[in-house]
Design a binder for this molecule. Structure first.
Ligand SMILES: Cc1ncc(COP(=O)(O)O)c(C=O)c1O
Length: 493
């Protein structure tokens, strides 16, 4: 960040009561939305029964705690119906230490830092995914692919894939993995594609069915693996306004609107890139309990072909000790069995997020739209699904642009210094090392999951005041000195 800062205006510096800090960047669930008592009950059940407690407290199997794989298989079959198999298939599931840790394992097992050419990332991207790819040797090889209302730009992606293929023609060094031996139970992919197909972080958008189909087809053509962070799929509701909340109960939406990319890919069978008698597939669902039961559980799951799941479970760090989060997996299994997790999602999370989203959207419409904000109001804006579903929203984030300025980074700095308000600014969500390709200098992300309802509205009002001041005094200079805490942005999701 710049070493110079905007002066504190007379109005706020003279105030004797310091402003309450408001953080609309932090992508965490509010403390009031954590299911502590159900977790306590499930823990009690698990630990009081030696049949559950002993396996839960010991090393577990490589693919994960088997009873949770079975419970999950049933739950996911219900949620993703009609795209799921007739019978639940636990062998397509592995238990992970959450979506972030799981990406690292996928990279360890299924990519080679030389043979795997690039990681293609939908931009704007979940910024904390970038360092996971960099740690696996992809510095300088993350490639931004823009998204429109329907999701990833397939023409842009294919042009990039094609040009890399042309570059590699005749180069022997690109023929086979250099540092990894895939063994019979794994394969090394030529490309990786990373996206958040439903209720994306940060844009809130949902990829349409035809884009999902198109993306799977491209992945199968160019031997790419699509890693889908499906971490928000279950958090969806009909968009409402504060006055119409009771007319659109979120309980109307208890199943997925669209198939996972993994479902689409699976339905097409093996591809030309699968080795004989193996089916690794080209898309996996990388999901997590973080946004459902609380991120402190550090537990998630993957859903893929059975061959991919087995290969993933053979990642070295998993084999030494078995899948991570064994005890938490047992607790979550008890929550699922008792119906407590679904009750928490349907009874508390979805109504709470629906209301928070409605309040935030209303405040944004009243305060920021007149100041030039262009807002993503529906997650499914560009989708070809039936009209009634277009007004569905989900996830944690509202994304907006200020096409006529001021620059989002300057807005965010001023918010922090003058209003004790933290917001996400577009530059943060550009793809690391490929920022020039797709810029978001005028984007702002607001999270409605963390702060209380009243503070969401107050936050938007503070943001509006900052933008008005910047508009009214375009010549204001940055000066030394700050009241703000100066906290780094890295701790926020
Ligand atoms: C798209 C996306 N993926 C992954 C994560 C982190 O998931 P986990 O806590 O399971 O590592 C987040 C959290 O904000 C996210 O938004």
């Amino acid at each position: 960040m710049s070493s110079v800062v905007f002066p504190t205006p007379a109005s706020s510096s003279s105030s004797s009561t310091p402003k309450k800090p408001i953080n609309l960047l932090r992508g965490w669930p509010a403390k009031s939305l954590l299911p502590a008592s159900s977790i306590a009950r499930a823990s009690q059940t698990a630990l009081a029964d030696p049949e559950i407690a002993y396996p839960a407290l010991l090393y577990g199997p490589d693919p994960g705690y088997q009873p949770l794989r079975e419970e999950l298989a049933q739950w996911l079959n219900r949620f993703y119906k009609p795209w799921t198999p007739a019978q639940p298939e636990p062998d397509r599931i592995t238990i992970s230490g959450g979506a972030s840790q799981s990406i690292a394992c996928v990279l360890q097992s299924y990519t080679d830092p030389v043979y795997t050419r690039s990681v293609w990332m939908v931009a704007p991207c979940y910024f904390l995914a970038c360092p996971i790819f960099l740690d696996s040797g992809f510095e300088g090889r993350l490639k931004a692919v823009p998204e429109d209302d329907e999701g990833i730009d397939l023409a842009w992606l294919e042009a990039g894939l094609k040009s890399m293929e042309e570059e590699d023609e005749g180069k022997n060094s690109r023929d086979k993995p250099v540092y990894k031996d895939p063994k019979p139970y794994r394969k090394i992919y030529k490309h990786l594609i990373y996206c958040v197909p439903s209720f994306s972080n940060p844009s809130g958008k949902t990829m349409s069915l035809r884009r999902r189909d198109g993306l799977v087809k491209l992945a199968r053509k160019y031997d790419a693996l699509v890693v889908c962070d499906d971490v928000y799929d279950m958090l969806q509701w009909p968009t409402a306004t504060p006055s119409t909340l009771s007319s659109f109960p979120p309980s109307d939406l208890t199943t997925a609107i669209l198939p996972r990319l993994a479902d689409i890919d699976f339905s097409l069978g093996c591809s030309a890139h699968d080795p004989p008698s193996k089916h690794f597939g080209h898309a996996i669902s990388n999901a997590s309990f973080s946004k459902l039961s609380g991120p402190g559980m550090r537990t998630g799951w993957t859903f893929s072909t059975p061959d991919f799941a087995f290969g993933l479970s053979q990642t070295g760090s998993t084999r030494s000790g078995g899948a991570p989060s064994q005890l938490n997996a047992a607790v979550l299994c008890e929550m699922l069995r008792a119906g407590d997790l679904e009750a928490h999602i349907e009874g508390l999370l979805k109504p709470a997020y629906q209301k928070r989203h409605a309040l935030l959207l209303e405040a944004v419409g009243r305060v920021l739209v007149p100041l030039g904000a262009v807002v993503n109001e529906s997650s499914l804006e560009g989708s070809e699904i039936d009209e009634s579903k277009k007004s569905v929203f989900g996830g944690y984030f509202l994304w907006m642009k200020f096409p006529d300025g001021p620059a989002a980074k300057a807005i965010a700095e001023m918010c922090q210094l003058e209003e004790e308000l933290i917001v996400g600014f577009g530059d943060m969500f550009e793809v690391h090392g490929d920022e020039e390709a797709v810029r978001f200098g005028n984007g702002i992300r607001l999270c409605f999951a963390w702060e209380d309802e009243g503070d969401l509205v107050e936050g938007v009002e503070r943001l509006g005041r900052v933008i008005s001041r910047m508009r009214n005094e375009p010549g204001r200079k940055l000066v030394e000195g700050s009241r703000a805490s100066g906290k780094g942005m890295d701790e926020f999701k």
